[in-house]
Design a protein around this ligand. Structure first.
Ligand SMILES: Cc1ncc(COP(=O)(O)O)c(C=O)c1O
Length: 443
């Protein structure tokens, strides 16, 4: 597969011409990557008006993912999430205020989109949960919620895989959406690779209309590299307006390092990636078995995650510190789980070090407590709450106050309470559980 953007920046760097253009480093090495870091010079195309090498690279990505259109973002899924919601809200033909039906474990970028685009939200809560990160929504539950609405929402918005690796029945959810006159938008930030499994399981393979992938999370792409995918059967305007949607929320100086990295990734995906991925999946299954033999309990996850449930006497942050001092860094740890993310770029020595650093667990696992989903009453819209004057107070004093900014810990950046909601006692308990000491509330 051709790599026109990566080739262009390399050739330009090799020419060692005089740079009387941005960026200010002029290609001199400070970090080391500056020679490849260019701006929209002649021949370099322009991300948001692409008709040259970037357009060619995006067409390659579209073919690779088999979508109706795949567009690059250099500002992560965060930018793509806003763009997806812009597309959905813009094409909504309902009466009154637009609204979106969304699973409650949405990343905070979703709330920023609600503040910017001023849509209402009907939340889907999990029937039961052990973690803020997961929100198991069944097709039946979605059907019931959609049937209960006066008019179809602009979109249904779900996160799959979630931060712990849990996945939803995206195909069935998409069918429910289409039957009920709406579209399905999926935050697939953690699942760009899913299309390349032996049986493709990417949301776009399963019928989603809009989807974002953080290429940088699971593929060998520089931080910020992401895809906005448009479904083949999605409303035509989505593809036509995708660039407009992305530019609305992006910098006018997208990073060519990230673009070149996304471009190179096309060739990586086209050239034997599926085989490497299959090996990695098998390797992780073997690691899981070994860890279970060593007394650890593993969660069911998407194939590139390894999520351990923590036993009674173990604490996520102290375990993460212990692993860190053995040179092994995890992705995420909280009071109940520790999450590791792997890709084909991890080698067998990495897995050996992980297994060794974890050692044998002798601590028992007790019955897990269920977490009651936070369902606070809404007092104003997300946008009104964002724009109102705020003050910061300690979390213990927040009961009865209106939340002003998404109350999250990062990662996983999932809001416990949503701006505009009245904070209740259960919310305070969960905020403390996730180590939030202060909260922003309306004055
Ligand atoms: C579920 C989920 N969605 C969206 C995002 C935002 O992705 P990005 O960092 O690519 O902007 C994250 C980031 O961690 C995430 O975990």
């Amino acid at each position: 597969m051709q790599t026109p953007v990566a080739d262009f920046v390399k050739e330009y760097a090799e020419k060692k011409g005089v740079r009387f253009h941005m960026p200010g480093h002029k290609g001199k090495e400070f970090l080391g990557c500056e020679p490849f870091d260019i701006t929209e010079i002649a021949g370099a195309d322009a991300l948001y008006e692409a008709d040259g090498i970037i357009a060619e690279s995006e067409r390659n990505a579209t073919r690779l993912f088999g979508t109706g259109g795949t567009f690059f973002s250099t500002e992560g899924s965060s930018q793509c999430i806003r763009a997806m919601l812009f597309l959905a809200v813009r094409s909504w033909r309902g009466e009154g205020r637009p609204y979106v039906v969304a699973a409650r474990n949405a990343h905070k970028a979703f709330l920023y989109a609600a503040a910017l685009l001023d849509f209402d939200i009907v939340w889907l809560f999990p029937e039961e949960t052990h973690s803020l990160c997961s929100c198991r929504i069944s097709p039946e539950q979605l059907e019931e919620v959609l049937k209960g609405q006066k008019q179809p929402p602009a979109a249904v918005y779900v996160t799959s895989p979630d931060y712990l690796g849990g996945r939803l029945a995206v195909g069935e959810l998409a069918e429910v959406c289409h039957r009920n006159g709406t579209i399905l938008a999926v935050d697939n930030a953690h699942g760009a690779y899913l299309h390349f499994l032996e049986q493709p399981q990417h949301p776009m393979d399963l019928g989603a209309d809009l989807c974002c992938d953080s290429a940088h999370k699971t593929l060998p792409v520089l931080t910020g590299g992401a895809y906005l995918h448009i479904g083949k059967l999605a409303p035509e305007t989505f593809g036509a307006d995708a660039k407009q949607a992305l530019v609305l929320f992006g910098s006018t100086s997208p990073s060519y390092l990230t673009l070149a990295s996304l471009d190179l990734c096309n060739a990586y995906l086209a050239d034997g990636y599926a085989g490497k991925l299959a090996e990695t999946v098998q390797q992780l299954e073997r690691v899981c078995r070994t860890l279970r033999e060593n007394g650890w309990e593993t969660e069911e996850t998407d194939p590139l995650k390894l999520t351990l449930l923590l036993p009674e006497k173990e604490n996520g942050s102290s375990l993460a510190r212990r692993l860190g001092s053995a040179g092994v860094e995890c992705e995420y740890a909280d009071a109940q789980y520790i999450v590791f993310m792997a890709t084909p770029e991890n080698d067998s020595a990495d897995y050996g070090r992980l297994v060794q650093a974890l050692g044998v667990n002798h601590s028992p696992y007790l019955q897990r407590e269920k977490m009651r989903p936070v369902q606070c009453a809404g007092r104003c819209t997300v946008r009104e709450a964002f724009f109102a004057p705020h003050e910061k107070i300690v979390v213990e004093r927040a009961v009865g106050r209106i939340c002003g900014a998404p109350l999250v810990s990062c990662p996983p950046a999932i809001p416990v309470v949503v701006p505009g909601e009245v904070i209740d006692r259960n919310a305070v308990a969960i905020l403390k559980y996730y180590n939030n000491d202060t909260v922003e509330v309306l004055k």
